[in-house]
Design a protein around this ligand. Structure first.
Ligand code: GDP
Length: 527
């Protein structure tokens, strides 16, 4: 029997961050395939016309054929227990996506080699980098005519501000993709376009090894050798500390669809990626390996079963071990409760969890007892650090059409905000007062409308506002006073923190120039 320590350290919990179409579904499928979690790669997530979507729980998801909310996939590989936190791949992603990242201990950034760093990757990267977690990079689609590897790395540095250390390097690309060279293991993995998953591996002494002359066409080989020389001379040195702090990203090249380079990535990743990391609480740092069970809710998903209209609260276990039916303390409510029938997520199936360890994610049946950020612990009454809110990108004033329904509308708005579907602001110093909803992706508005109607019997009116940025404002009291009086589009969030809403960057920069002693925070954490 393995010890608590062994169980916990064998775990790796990470999220894949990418822009839609970079190949996240494809990469996830291949990873699960290695773990034997799915027999046949190609069935992780239902796309538009597949009926068996992983999360077709919500009607909107079914109507649109997309996955609105993120889920968790897990598999075992070589003695490791791996949890992949899936973030929605659709353009209309939500704050949920950001919060999911708080449950991850590391991230894999997936980049389409032809497109480089794209908008959503940049946003998600920022959140990971704020948390200082290690970030691994998989540069995908090398079987196509793509951009030069150096160009992509340079873009990563310019746009994201992260330096990279290529763990392997591609030889050629597209029609002339010969494979990858693993710089540490000094081996080449040869790409066979006719049978890509049949990878031939050759041990070599280094890029100059004459064996390569037999395997690779001269022009591609000489380019490869030049690039390797350049990397050795001008590239960043290998530095594990920097990798752990998220300042240097190990880079891997491959072709997910061909299942090429995926295993190489997976093996290095498992070596580097941190085992479950503890979290800060109001009573100090909580270490993962200890007898005390604890965890926090990072996501709430409603209507997984429309017939029962239940909600599932996703909990990241922070320390210790969960056993079926255990009793825990709910810190915010200061209440003892029994955790009945949590579910775990293996590929598509939901199953009852009997035990789970720090690093794992379990889904708890939620009759309305949980909020985002809630802490549960075997004993004691502490609270994990609060979860930050990030700037929404779309805003609308919300009101109920039928004033008679006001009460249930207010209840709905309140509950859906707690669930984390959207952010709720109240206009500041403006009459009549208005409630403003902020979302990251427009789809959230549709979900909001749908759920208020179906669950709270309230038809709503949404007046879309020409605003795109929220900043939490602090600073010099006197200046803040003037700001409060003169600035347009001010609001307060649920914690009564002052928030300035802007139409665009230009307008925000004007305010920054005008009020040099105020700080405009990008999230509620520092605000
Ligand atoms: P997601 O939106 O990030 O989940 O992307 P998908 O995994 O659905 O992939 C988007 C498209 O890119 C699909 O048509 C994939 O078959 C294709 N794709 C994924 N990986 C590769 C790759 O390595 N090479 C090529 N040529 N196409 C790929």
């Amino acid at each position: 029997m393995s010890t608590l320590q062994e169980e916990i350290t064998s775990r790796k919990t990470f999220a894949i961050i990418s822009h839609p179409d970079a190949g996240k579904t494809t990469l996830t499928e291949k990873l699960l395939y290695f773990g034997g979690a799915i027999r046949e790669a190609g069935s992780v997530k239902g796309k538009k016309n597949t009926k068996q979507a992983t999360s077709d729980w919500m009607e909107i998801e079914r109507q649109r054929g997309i996955s609105v909310t993120s889920s968790v996939l897990e598999f075992d590989y070589n003695g490791h227990h791996i949890n992949i936190l899936d973030t929605p791949g659709h353009e209309d992603f939500s704050e949920d996506t950001y919060r999911t990242l708080t449950a991850a201990d590391s991230a894999t950034m997936l980049i389409d080699a032809a497109k480089g760093v794209e908008a959503q990757t940049e946003k998600l990267f920022k959140v990971c980098s704020m948390r200082g977690i290690p970030i691994f990079t998989f540069i995908n689609k090398m079987d196509r005519e793509v951009r030069e590897p150096f160009e992509v790395m340079e873009e990563m540095e310019n746009v994201l501000g992260i330096r990279s250390y290529p763990m392997n390097w591609p030889i050629g690309m597209g029609q002339n993709f010969f494979g990858i060279y693993d710089r540490h293991a000094r081996k080449v993995e040869l790409f066979n376009p006719d049978n890509p998953s049949d990878v031939e591996v050759k041990q070599i002494s280094g890029p100059e090894d004459p064996l390569l002359d037999e395997l690779v066409e001269p022009s591609f080989l000489s380019q490869f050798r030049e690039e390797m020389e350049l990397l050795d001379v001008a590239g960043d040195p290998y530095d594990e500390d920097k990798i752990f702090r998220g300042e240097l990203t190990p880079v891997f090249f491959g072709s997910a669809v061909s299942n090429f380079g995926v295993q190489n990535f997976l093996e290095h990743f498992l070596y580097f990626a941190p085992s479950p990391v503890g979290r800060e609480s109001d009573q100090g740092f909580v270490e993962p390996v200890q007898d005390l069970f604890s965890g926090f809710i990072f996501k709430i998903q409603a209507n997984m079963n429309p017939k029962h209209r239940d909600r599932i609260a996703f909990m990241r276990i922070t320390s210790g071990k969960y056993t079926q039916g255990m009793t825990v303390n709910h810190s915010r409510l200061n209440k003892t409760m029994r955790l009945a029938q949590p579910t775990q997520f293996l590929a598509q199936d939901r199953s009852i969890v009997e035990e789970a360890y720090a690093g794992d994610i379990i889904g708890l049946f939620d009759p309305g007892t949980f909020r985002i950020g809630d802490t549960l612990a075997g004993k004691g009454n502490f609270q994990f650090a609060e979860m930050p809110h990030f700037s929404p990108e779309q805003f609308a004033a919300v009101s109920v059409k039928d004033a008679m329904k006001h009460k249930s509308f207010e209840k709905g708005i309140q509950q859906l905000t707690e669930e984390g579907l959207m952010q709720l602001f109240q206009t500041y110093n403006r009459y009549p007062e208005q409630q403003i909803i902020g979302v990251v992706g427009g789809l959230q508005f549709e979900v909001l409308e749908h759920r208020l109607k179906n669950e709270y019997n309230s038809d709503i009116h949404l007046e879309h506002l020409p605003l795109t940025i929220a900043r939490w404002v602090t600073g010099d009291e006197k200046e803040l006073d003037t700001f409060r009086k003169k600035q347009r589009n001010l609001a307060v969030d649920r914690d009564n923190k002052l928030v300035a809403l802007f139409e665009n960057e230009f307008q925000m920069n004007m305010a920054k120039d005008k009020y040099p002693n105020l700080v405009f925070h990008e999230n509620s954490f520092t605000g």
